[in-house]
Design a binder for this molecule. Structure first.
Ligand SMILES: [Zn+2]
Ligand SMILES: [Zn+2]
Length: 258
């Protein structure tokens, strides 16, 4: 028996979010709150801990919506802007708590250092700039967050390496297009799997709906939630009706306990 883990879907949209700026697409004009999707992120909480997986441009709004007062760390899947560009907004947490731990592959850290040099600067730091404590993530090296073990799962986003994470009976993978059978073994039979499903049409670096469903069949979780969704996938309520019984579309602000 482990701890009860609470998963909060902070954002479930693809890189542009839904609605897309300036779009007249019917899904972008939908009045259903489940058709509004911020950039993708989840918060994983247990006991007193809150961790987020990715920190995109909607991070500030997501923290305000969920009245988050403490952030124990950020796990990054990969370096794309829709997963990283909110990092400056860790400042309120940094002012209260000090350096914020981040967990990322060295390639992601290198990209963050290049794009947010002031966060990592050793000399002449701008007063008010946030600081992070870097923890490198590598495949086949599980690590601990508090008392919880985290297993990194390697996958590919076209040719870019991405990491998903297994935390107890929860597995989260986004922006994947291919994954080896060996990596799938790490997450087989989890209670809850979250995976990206961009749209119906194929895409060069993301699972489409069919590929995501095929992947779910291999992993055989009790339940699966789809995320990183484009407006092209269709209306939430209509897509939901067509999915297998144990598969759902995630939506912003959905909370599940595992
Ligand atoms: Zn993305
Ligand atoms: Zn990406």
């Amino acid at each position: 028996m482990g701890n009860e883990v609470k998963i909060t879907f902070l954002g479930t949209g693809t890189s542009q979010g839904i609605p897309v700026i300036g779009s007249n697409h019917p899904v972008c004009l939908s009045k259903n709150p489940k058709d509004k999707r911020l950039r993708v992120s989840v918060m994983v909480s247990w006991d007193d801990y809150n961790y987020v997986i990715d920190c995109g441009p909607d991070f500030r709004q997501q923290m305000l919506t969920h009245k988050v007062t403490k952030m124990d760390g950020i796990l990054f899947t990969h370096e794309h802007a829709d997963h990283t560009s909110g990092i400056d907004d860790i400042r309120p947490f940094f002012f209260r708590q000090g350096d914020i731990p981040i967990y990322a592959h060295k390639q992601v850290v290198a990209s963050l250092k290049h794009r947010f040099d002031y966060i990592f600067a050793n000399k002449n730091r701008y007063p008010g700039a946030p600081a992070v404590q870097v923890n490198l993530v590598d495949n086949n090296h599980p690590f601990k967050l508090g008392n919880m073990e985290v297993i990194p799962v390697e996958a590919y986003h076209n040719r870019l390496q991405v990491f998903g994470y297994r935390i107890q009976d929860f597995a989260y993978l986004t922006d994947i297009k291919t994954i080896s059978d060996q990596e799938i073994e790490k997450i087989k039979g989890v209670k809850v799997l979250t995976v990206n499903a961009l749209r119906v049409e194929p895409h060069h670096s993301h699972f489409n709906l069919e590929e995501a469903l095929h992947f779910i069949e291999k992993v055989k979780p009790e339940k699966a939630y789809l995320t990183h969704i484009s407006h092209m996938l269709g209306f939430h309520d209509e897509v939901e009706k067509k999915l297998p019984n144990n598969v759902h579309l995630a939506y912003d602000n959905l909370i599940i306990n595992i």
